[in-house]
Design a protein around this ligand. Structure first.
Ligand SMILES: [Fe+2]
Ligand SMILES: [Fe+2]
Ligand SMILES: [Fe+2]
Ligand SMILES: [Fe+2]
Length: 402
Protein backbone atom coordinates (compact mmCIF):
# COMPACT_ATOMS: atom_id res chain seq x y z
CA UNK A 1 0.00 0.00 0.00
CA UNK A 2 1.05 3.62 -0.34
CA UNK A 3 2.41 4.37 3.10
CA UNK A 4 2.81 7.94 4.23
CA UNK A 5 6.00 8.20 6.23
CA UNK A 6 4.88 11.70 7.19
CA UNK A 7 1.67 10.47 8.81
CA UNK A 8 3.55 7.73 10.61
CA UNK A 9 6.21 10.12 11.84
CA UNK A 10 3.66 12.53 13.30
CA UNK A 11 1.95 9.62 15.07
CA UNK A 12 5.23 8.55 16.59
CA UNK A 13 6.06 12.08 17.65
CA UNK A 14 2.65 12.41 19.29
CA UNK A 15 3.42 9.59 21.72
CA UNK A 16 7.17 10.16 22.13
CA UNK A 17 6.49 13.67 23.37
CA UNK A 18 4.48 12.15 26.18
CA UNK A 19 7.55 10.22 27.29
CA UNK A 20 9.42 13.47 27.63
CA UNK A 21 6.54 14.90 29.63
CA UNK A 22 6.69 11.92 31.96
CA UNK A 23 9.94 13.25 33.34
CA UNK A 24 9.45 15.83 36.04
CA UNK A 25 9.13 19.34 34.77
CA UNK A 26 9.14 18.64 31.04
CA UNK A 27 7.14 20.93 28.83
CA UNK A 28 4.88 19.79 26.02
CA UNK A 29 5.96 19.11 22.42
CA UNK A 30 9.70 18.88 23.12
CA UNK A 31 10.44 16.49 20.24
CA UNK A 32 8.30 18.43 17.80
CA UNK A 33 10.01 21.73 18.61
CA UNK A 34 13.43 20.15 18.29
CA UNK A 35 12.26 18.70 14.97
CA UNK A 36 10.94 22.02 13.73
CA UNK A 37 14.13 23.88 14.63
CA UNK A 38 16.24 21.16 13.00
CA UNK A 39 14.11 21.29 9.87
CA UNK A 40 14.50 25.05 9.58
CA UNK A 41 18.26 24.90 10.08
CA UNK A 42 18.59 22.09 7.51
CA UNK A 43 16.61 24.16 4.99
CA UNK A 44 18.80 27.15 5.69
CA UNK A 45 21.89 25.01 5.05
CA UNK A 46 20.41 24.01 1.68
CA UNK A 47 20.12 20.30 2.38
CA UNK A 48 18.42 18.23 -0.31
CA UNK A 49 14.75 17.39 0.50
CA UNK A 50 15.53 13.75 1.39
CA UNK A 51 18.14 14.88 3.89
CA UNK A 52 15.82 17.53 5.33
CA UNK A 53 13.24 14.82 5.77
CA UNK A 54 15.72 12.57 7.57
CA UNK A 55 16.93 15.33 9.90
CA UNK A 56 13.31 15.96 10.82
CA UNK A 57 12.65 12.25 11.42
CA UNK A 58 15.80 11.83 13.48
CA UNK A 59 14.99 14.92 15.51
CA UNK A 60 11.57 13.50 16.34
CA UNK A 61 13.24 10.27 17.37
CA UNK A 62 16.31 11.82 19.03
CA UNK A 63 15.46 10.86 22.60
CA UNK A 64 13.67 7.57 21.90
CA UNK A 65 16.30 5.82 24.02
CA UNK A 66 14.99 7.55 27.13
CA UNK A 67 11.98 5.23 27.25
CA UNK A 68 14.16 2.35 28.36
CA UNK A 69 13.49 1.01 31.78
CA UNK A 70 17.09 -0.17 32.12
CA UNK A 71 18.25 3.45 32.15
CA UNK A 72 16.14 4.02 35.25
CA UNK A 73 17.65 0.96 36.84
CA UNK A 74 21.13 2.20 36.20
CA UNK A 75 20.24 5.54 37.76
CA UNK A 76 18.97 3.52 40.73
CA UNK A 77 15.68 5.34 40.92
CA UNK A 78 12.20 4.31 39.95
CA UNK A 79 10.38 7.59 40.44
CA UNK A 80 10.84 11.21 39.56
CA UNK A 81 14.12 10.96 37.73
CA UNK A 82 15.01 14.46 36.68
CA UNK A 83 15.02 14.66 32.92
CA UNK A 84 18.46 16.27 32.97
CA UNK A 85 19.92 13.16 34.60
CA UNK A 86 18.83 10.88 31.78
CA UNK A 87 19.94 13.44 29.22
CA UNK A 88 23.37 13.24 30.84
CA UNK A 89 23.69 9.52 30.22
CA UNK A 90 25.61 8.38 27.18
CA UNK A 91 23.42 5.26 27.11
CA UNK A 92 20.28 7.06 25.92
CA UNK A 93 22.22 7.99 22.77
CA UNK A 94 23.49 4.46 22.18
CA UNK A 95 20.13 2.79 22.92
CA UNK A 96 18.34 5.36 20.76
CA UNK A 97 20.65 4.71 17.81
CA UNK A 98 20.26 0.95 18.11
CA UNK A 99 16.46 1.18 18.35
CA UNK A 100 16.06 2.97 15.02
CA UNK A 101 18.56 0.98 12.95
CA UNK A 102 15.87 -0.47 10.68
CA UNK A 103 13.78 2.68 10.21
CA UNK A 104 13.29 3.46 6.49
CA UNK A 105 15.27 6.68 6.31
CA UNK A 106 15.82 8.13 2.86
CA UNK A 107 19.56 8.89 2.96
CA UNK A 108 21.12 6.22 5.17
CA UNK A 109 22.03 8.45 8.10
CA UNK A 110 24.46 6.75 10.45
CA UNK A 111 25.11 7.52 14.11
CA UNK A 112 23.14 10.76 14.09
CA UNK A 113 21.29 9.85 17.28
CA UNK A 114 24.35 8.25 18.82
CA UNK A 115 26.19 11.58 18.53
CA UNK A 116 23.33 13.98 19.26
CA UNK A 117 25.09 15.21 22.43
CA UNK A 118 28.56 15.73 20.97
CA UNK A 119 30.12 19.15 21.51
CA UNK A 120 31.83 20.87 18.60
CA UNK A 121 35.06 21.28 20.59
CA UNK A 122 35.30 17.59 21.50
CA UNK A 123 34.10 17.86 25.10
CA UNK A 124 31.01 15.64 24.55
CA UNK A 125 30.39 11.99 25.49
CA UNK A 126 32.45 10.46 22.69
CA UNK A 127 35.03 13.22 22.26
CA UNK A 128 34.29 13.71 18.57
CA UNK A 129 35.50 17.05 17.21
CA UNK A 130 34.07 19.37 14.54
CA UNK A 131 33.47 17.54 11.26
CA UNK A 132 33.83 14.15 12.89
CA UNK A 133 30.32 14.83 14.25
CA UNK A 134 27.60 14.18 11.62
CA UNK A 135 26.16 17.54 10.58
CA UNK A 136 22.64 16.31 11.41
CA UNK A 137 23.79 15.56 14.97
CA UNK A 138 25.26 19.06 15.22
CA UNK A 139 21.91 20.50 14.17
CA UNK A 140 19.84 18.36 16.54
CA UNK A 141 22.20 19.15 19.42
CA UNK A 142 21.73 22.88 19.01
CA UNK A 143 17.97 22.55 18.57
CA UNK A 144 17.73 20.27 21.61
CA UNK A 145 19.87 22.56 23.77
CA UNK A 146 17.81 25.61 22.86
CA UNK A 147 14.55 23.72 23.52
CA UNK A 148 15.82 22.44 26.86
CA UNK A 149 17.09 25.75 28.13
CA UNK A 150 14.40 28.16 27.01
CA UNK A 151 10.64 28.41 26.99
CA UNK A 152 10.06 28.40 23.22
CA UNK A 153 6.32 28.41 23.70
CA UNK A 154 6.94 32.05 24.56
CA UNK A 155 9.67 32.91 22.10
CA UNK A 156 9.57 36.67 21.81
CA UNK A 157 11.30 39.96 22.57
CA UNK A 158 13.36 39.54 25.73
CA UNK A 159 13.98 35.83 25.71
CA UNK A 160 14.79 35.89 22.01
CA UNK A 161 17.81 38.05 22.77
CA UNK A 162 18.77 35.73 25.60
CA UNK A 163 18.58 32.74 23.27
CA UNK A 164 20.67 34.44 20.62
CA UNK A 165 23.26 35.40 23.23
CA UNK A 166 23.32 31.80 24.46
CA UNK A 167 24.00 30.28 21.04
CA UNK A 168 26.52 33.01 20.15
CA UNK A 169 28.43 32.45 23.39
CA UNK A 170 28.76 28.74 22.60
CA UNK A 171 29.60 29.26 18.91
CA UNK A 172 32.66 27.14 18.23
CA UNK A 173 32.67 25.49 21.69
CA UNK A 174 29.37 23.62 22.16
CA UNK A 175 27.93 24.40 18.76
CA UNK A 176 29.11 24.40 15.19
CA UNK A 177 29.53 28.00 13.93
CA UNK A 178 27.75 27.12 10.70
CA UNK A 179 24.73 25.77 12.59
CA UNK A 180 24.62 28.74 14.96
CA UNK A 181 24.62 31.16 12.02
CA UNK A 182 21.85 29.23 10.28
CA UNK A 183 19.76 29.21 13.46
CA UNK A 184 20.15 32.96 13.94
CA UNK A 185 19.15 33.55 10.35
CA UNK A 186 15.94 31.51 10.50
CA UNK A 187 14.96 32.85 13.92
CA UNK A 188 14.55 36.29 12.37
CA UNK A 189 11.62 35.21 10.19
CA UNK A 190 8.39 36.75 11.53
CA UNK A 191 6.41 33.49 11.57
CA UNK A 192 9.11 31.59 13.44
CA UNK A 193 7.95 32.39 16.96
CA UNK A 194 4.35 31.58 16.10
CA UNK A 195 5.27 28.24 14.55
CA UNK A 196 6.87 27.24 17.86
CA UNK A 197 3.68 27.63 19.87
CA UNK A 198 1.87 24.51 21.09
CA UNK A 199 -1.17 25.37 18.99
CA UNK A 200 0.72 25.52 15.72
CA UNK A 201 3.81 23.35 16.03
CA UNK A 202 2.34 20.20 14.43
CA UNK A 203 0.88 22.16 11.55
CA UNK A 204 4.11 24.09 11.12
CA UNK A 205 6.02 20.84 10.69
CA UNK A 206 3.42 19.39 8.33
CA UNK A 207 3.42 22.53 6.19
CA UNK A 208 7.17 22.61 5.70
CA UNK A 209 7.98 18.91 5.68
CA UNK A 210 8.69 17.40 2.24
CA UNK A 211 6.03 14.76 1.52
CA UNK A 212 7.23 11.17 1.37
CA UNK A 213 4.97 8.32 0.51
CA UNK A 214 6.41 4.92 -0.22
CA UNK A 215 4.84 1.91 -1.80
CA UNK A 216 5.43 -0.63 0.93
CA UNK A 217 4.08 -4.11 1.46
CA UNK A 218 2.37 -4.89 4.78
CA UNK A 219 5.41 -7.08 5.52
CA UNK A 220 7.67 -4.05 5.28
CA UNK A 221 5.32 -1.90 7.33
CA UNK A 222 5.19 -4.64 9.94
CA UNK A 223 8.99 -4.53 10.22
CA UNK A 224 8.90 -0.76 10.81
CA UNK A 225 6.24 -1.07 13.49
CA UNK A 226 8.19 -3.87 15.19
CA UNK A 227 10.84 -1.33 16.00
CA UNK A 228 8.29 0.72 17.91
CA UNK A 229 6.88 -2.34 19.60
CA UNK A 230 10.29 -2.92 21.18
CA UNK A 231 10.47 0.72 22.31
CA UNK A 232 7.01 0.33 23.88
CA UNK A 233 7.94 -2.98 25.50
CA UNK A 234 11.19 -1.59 26.90
CA UNK A 235 9.34 1.01 28.92
CA UNK A 236 8.72 -1.33 31.81
CA UNK A 237 10.57 -4.49 32.78
CA UNK A 238 7.21 -6.20 33.23
CA UNK A 239 6.24 -5.69 29.61
CA UNK A 240 9.58 -6.55 28.02
CA UNK A 241 7.99 -9.14 25.74
CA UNK A 242 4.38 -7.99 25.81
CA UNK A 243 3.76 -6.55 22.32
CA UNK A 244 6.17 -8.93 20.62
CA UNK A 245 4.55 -11.85 22.44
CA UNK A 246 1.10 -10.67 21.41
CA UNK A 247 2.25 -10.32 17.79
CA UNK A 248 3.55 -13.89 17.81
CA UNK A 249 0.31 -15.20 19.24
CA UNK A 250 -1.86 -13.24 16.84
CA UNK A 251 0.15 -14.75 13.99
CA UNK A 252 -0.48 -18.24 15.33
CA UNK A 253 -4.21 -17.53 15.68
CA UNK A 254 -4.28 -16.04 12.16
CA UNK A 255 -2.87 -19.29 10.84
CA UNK A 256 -5.48 -21.19 12.82
CA UNK A 257 -8.22 -19.14 11.15
CA UNK A 258 -6.55 -19.45 7.70
CA UNK A 259 -6.36 -15.67 7.30
CA UNK A 260 -4.83 -14.29 4.12
CA UNK A 261 -1.36 -12.70 4.27
CA UNK A 262 -2.61 -9.13 4.31
CA UNK A 263 -4.97 -9.64 7.26
CA UNK A 264 -2.30 -11.59 9.14
CA UNK A 265 0.21 -8.77 8.69
CA UNK A 266 -2.32 -6.08 9.58
CA UNK A 267 -3.11 -7.95 12.78
CA UNK A 268 0.60 -8.18 13.60
CA UNK A 269 0.97 -4.45 13.01
CA UNK A 270 -2.00 -3.83 15.31
CA UNK A 271 -0.40 -6.06 17.95
CA UNK A 272 2.94 -4.25 17.63
CA UNK A 273 1.26 -0.90 18.18
CA UNK A 274 -1.70 -1.75 20.42
CA UNK A 275 -0.05 -0.33 23.53
CA UNK A 276 1.57 2.64 21.77
CA UNK A 277 -0.44 4.86 24.09
CA UNK A 278 1.34 3.29 27.09
CA UNK A 279 4.26 5.55 26.23
CA UNK A 280 1.98 8.29 27.51
CA UNK A 281 1.49 6.60 30.90
CA UNK A 282 3.96 7.34 33.67
CA UNK A 283 6.31 4.58 34.85
CA UNK A 284 5.33 5.49 38.39
CA UNK A 285 1.98 3.88 37.57
CA UNK A 286 3.14 1.11 35.20
CA UNK A 287 5.74 -0.21 37.66
CA UNK A 288 3.77 0.37 40.85
CA UNK A 289 3.90 -2.51 43.33
CA UNK A 290 0.91 -1.07 45.20
CA UNK A 291 -2.74 -1.41 44.42
CA UNK A 292 -3.55 1.37 41.98
CA UNK A 293 -5.69 4.26 43.14
CA UNK A 294 -8.77 5.11 41.08
CA UNK A 295 -6.99 8.07 39.61
CA UNK A 296 -4.00 5.92 38.58
CA UNK A 297 -6.31 3.35 37.06
CA UNK A 298 -8.00 6.05 34.99
CA UNK A 299 -4.58 7.16 33.77
CA UNK A 300 -3.87 3.61 32.56
CA UNK A 301 -7.26 3.50 30.88
CA UNK A 302 -6.25 6.47 28.78
CA UNK A 303 -3.58 4.48 26.92
CA UNK A 304 -5.92 3.00 24.29
CA UNK A 305 -7.39 6.42 23.67
CA UNK A 306 -3.90 7.66 22.80
CA UNK A 307 -3.26 4.60 20.66
CA UNK A 308 -6.34 5.55 18.63
CA UNK A 309 -5.46 9.23 18.36
CA UNK A 310 -1.95 8.35 17.23
CA UNK A 311 -2.90 5.73 14.61
CA UNK A 312 -6.12 7.17 13.22
CA UNK A 313 -4.53 9.73 10.87
CA UNK A 314 -2.46 7.08 9.04
CA UNK A 315 -4.00 6.36 5.65
CA UNK A 316 -4.55 2.63 5.14
CA UNK A 317 -4.50 1.95 8.89
CA UNK A 318 -8.30 2.01 9.30
CA UNK A 319 -8.65 -1.68 10.34
CA UNK A 320 -5.37 -1.63 12.20
CA UNK A 321 -6.48 1.33 14.29
CA UNK A 322 -9.70 -0.47 15.31
CA UNK A 323 -7.98 -3.75 16.16
CA UNK A 324 -5.23 -1.97 18.09
CA UNK A 325 -7.31 0.59 19.96
CA UNK A 326 -10.25 -1.65 20.92
CA UNK A 327 -8.28 -4.20 22.90
CA UNK A 328 -9.73 -3.16 26.26
CA UNK A 329 -13.32 -2.81 25.07
CA UNK A 330 -15.73 -5.54 26.26
CA UNK A 331 -18.75 -7.16 24.63
CA UNK A 332 -21.00 -6.05 27.50
CA UNK A 333 -19.99 -2.41 27.17
CA UNK A 334 -17.93 -2.42 30.36
CA UNK A 335 -14.59 -1.85 28.67
CA UNK A 336 -12.63 1.30 27.94
CA UNK A 337 -12.05 3.93 26.67
CA UNK A 338 -15.48 4.16 24.98
CA UNK A 339 -17.56 1.36 26.43
CA UNK A 340 -18.22 -0.06 22.95
CA UNK A 341 -20.61 -3.02 22.76
CA UNK A 342 -20.74 -6.40 20.98
CA UNK A 343 -22.34 -4.90 17.86
CA UNK A 344 -19.47 -2.45 17.56
CA UNK A 345 -16.64 -4.92 18.08
CA UNK A 346 -15.66 -6.96 15.04
CA UNK A 347 -14.15 -10.43 15.32
CA UNK A 348 -10.52 -9.28 15.13
CA UNK A 349 -11.02 -6.58 17.77
CA UNK A 350 -12.44 -9.30 20.04
CA UNK A 351 -9.56 -11.61 19.17
CA UNK A 352 -7.01 -8.92 20.01
CA UNK A 353 -8.76 -8.25 23.32
CA UNK A 354 -8.80 -11.92 24.36
CA UNK A 355 -5.21 -12.55 23.33
CA UNK A 356 -4.01 -9.39 25.09
CA UNK A 357 -5.44 -10.71 28.35
CA UNK A 358 -3.93 -14.15 27.75
CA UNK A 359 -0.53 -12.61 26.94
CA UNK A 360 -0.62 -10.35 30.02
CA UNK A 361 -1.65 -13.14 32.38
CA UNK A 362 1.18 -15.38 31.24
CA UNK A 363 3.72 -12.60 31.90
CA UNK A 364 5.22 -11.51 35.21
CA UNK A 365 3.71 -8.46 36.89
CA UNK A 366 4.96 -6.39 39.86
CA UNK A 367 2.40 -8.11 42.09
CA UNK A 368 2.43 -11.71 40.75
CA UNK A 369 4.38 -14.43 38.93
CA UNK A 370 3.39 -15.50 35.39
CA UNK A 371 0.29 -17.71 35.23
CA UNK A 372 0.29 -21.14 33.61
CA UNK A 373 -1.90 -21.78 30.55
CA UNK A 374 -4.46 -23.48 32.79
CA UNK A 375 -4.61 -20.62 35.29
CA UNK A 376 -4.87 -18.06 32.50
CA UNK A 377 -7.68 -20.06 30.88
CA UNK A 378 -9.60 -20.03 34.17
CA UNK A 379 -9.52 -16.24 34.14
CA UNK A 380 -10.51 -16.05 30.45
CA UNK A 381 -13.34 -18.57 30.86
CA UNK A 382 -14.68 -16.68 33.84
CA UNK A 383 -14.60 -13.45 31.94
CA UNK A 384 -16.35 -15.06 28.95
CA UNK A 385 -19.08 -16.54 31.19
CA UNK A 386 -19.78 -13.09 32.58
CA UNK A 387 -20.24 -11.70 29.09
CA UNK A 388 -17.06 -9.63 28.90
CA UNK A 389 -15.26 -11.48 26.12
CA UNK A 390 -16.04 -13.83 23.26
CA UNK A 391 -16.70 -17.44 24.37
CA UNK A 392 -15.80 -18.96 20.98
CA UNK A 393 -12.48 -17.15 20.75
CA UNK A 394 -11.59 -18.18 24.30
CA UNK A 395 -12.27 -21.80 23.33
CA UNK A 396 -10.05 -21.40 20.24
CA UNK A 397 -7.22 -19.92 22.33
CA UNK A 398 -7.42 -22.90 24.68
CA UNK A 399 -7.34 -25.28 21.73
CA UNK A 400 -4.39 -23.58 20.02
CA UNK A 401 -2.17 -22.86 23.05
CA UNK A 402 -3.27 -25.61 25.40
FE1 LIG B 1 19.21 13.48 24.34
FE1 LIG C 1 15.88 16.13 23.84
FE1 LIG D 1 -3.38 -2.30 26.73
FE1 LIG E 1 -1.45 -4.96 25.91
Amino acid sequence: MVFSLNDFLMSVSFVLDFVEMDFAGRRTNHGKRVAYLSLRIAEQLNFIPEKIYDVLSLAILHDNGMCEQRLRERLKAEDDIPFSLIERTMEHCVIGETNIKTYPFLTDPINVIKYHHEHYDGSGFFGLVKDEIPISSQIIFLADSVENNFDLQNFKGDNKNEILEYVQAARGSLFSPEVVDAFIEVSNAPGFKLDLRDDYISLAIKNRCPLYEKDLSFDEIERITRLFSSIIDSKSKFTRRHSSGLAQKIEIMSNHYHYDDETRMKLKIAANLHDLGKLAVSNKILDSHNKLTNEEFHKIEEHTYYTRIALQPIKGFEDITEWAANHHEKLNGKGYPFGLTAEELDFNSRLMGCLDIYQALTEERPYRVPMSHKEAMNVLNNSAEQGFIDVGIVRDIDFVFG
